[in-house]
Design a protein around this ligand. Structure first.
Ligand code: SF4
Ligand code: FES
Length: 232
């Protein structure tokens, strides 16, 4: 089938502001938007710039706004999008070129919540044991691939770049509720501010945007409850 992709282009070294350019490609309905972008880049316009790595929904590097919604280009099927598809970069971060945004502010927030196991006990001889129930407590948030779809779909994030954002909170949740970790209180202190969990307005855009199906808003609510319980 013939599909038109209307793609936002911007080269800060040459352009004063972003503009749109249309490309017509011949694709199968079961092709992904990433396949169409490859056809454009390889056969029509080598200057088109986008990120991708795994091409299988694992690395989280090709999030973009497709028909106005954050999606991974490698998971978005042409047949679900129609024959006229708009492709734009994620909102809220500076554009480096075309569909590539500067994710350093995103990873700065991620690093701020100390996303690694904190445990000062001497390492055990074998693994640190955990019951299935303890593992289940944070299973959902282990699925995060740091694609930034949730954070850049969040209206409070567009309005306030200082807000930690859903992705950092999902990863705080992943460790705070891990029975092997000893850094929960430290992380709860980090997220207990107007730029932390309390900035969340329960819009649910993050949950809708997550390509891994993580219950992002619910995870943030669990963090709020953990803070409220700590106060009492
Ligand atoms: Fe992406 Fe979901 Fe992780 Fe947010 S929670 S960064 S949408 S995988
Ligand atoms: Fe890795 Fe799409 S290219 S998630």
């Amino acid at each position: 089938m013939e599909v038109t992709l209307k793609i936002q282009r911007f080269d800060p070294e040459k352009d004063r502001k972003p503009y749109y350019r249309e490309y017509v490609v011949d694709v199968e309905p079961t092709d992904r938007v990433l396949d169409a972008l490859h056809l454009i880049k390889w056969y029509q316009d080598g200057t088109l710039t986008f990120r991708r790595s795994c091409a299988h929904g694992v690395c989280g590097s090709d999030t973009m706004r497709i028909n106005g919604r954050n999606q991974l280009a490698c998971k978005a099927l042409i047949k679900d999008l129609g024959s006229y598809i708009t492709v734009e970069p994620m909102l809220g971060f500076p554009i480096i070129k075309d569909l590539v945004v500067d994710l350093e502010p995103f990873f700065e927030k991620y690093r701020a919540i100390r996303p690694y196991l904190i445990n000062n006990d001497p390492p055990p001889v074998t693994e640190r044991l955990q019951s299935p129930e303890q593992r289940a407590r944070f299973d959902d948030t282990t699925k995060c691939i740091l694609c930034a779809a949730c954070t850049t779909a969040c209206p409070p994030f567009w309005a306030n770049g200082r807000w930690l954002g859903p992705a950092a909170l999902v990863n705080a949740h992943r460790f705070i509720f891990d029975s092997r970790d000893q850094g929960a209180q430290e992380r709860l202190n980090i997220i207990n501010s107007n730029e932390g969990v309390w900035r969340c307005r329960t819009v649910f855009n993050c949950t809708d945007a997550c390509p891994r199906g993580i219950k992002v808003t619910e995870a943030i609510e669990q963090l709020k409850r953990a803070l409220l319980v700590r106060r009492t």
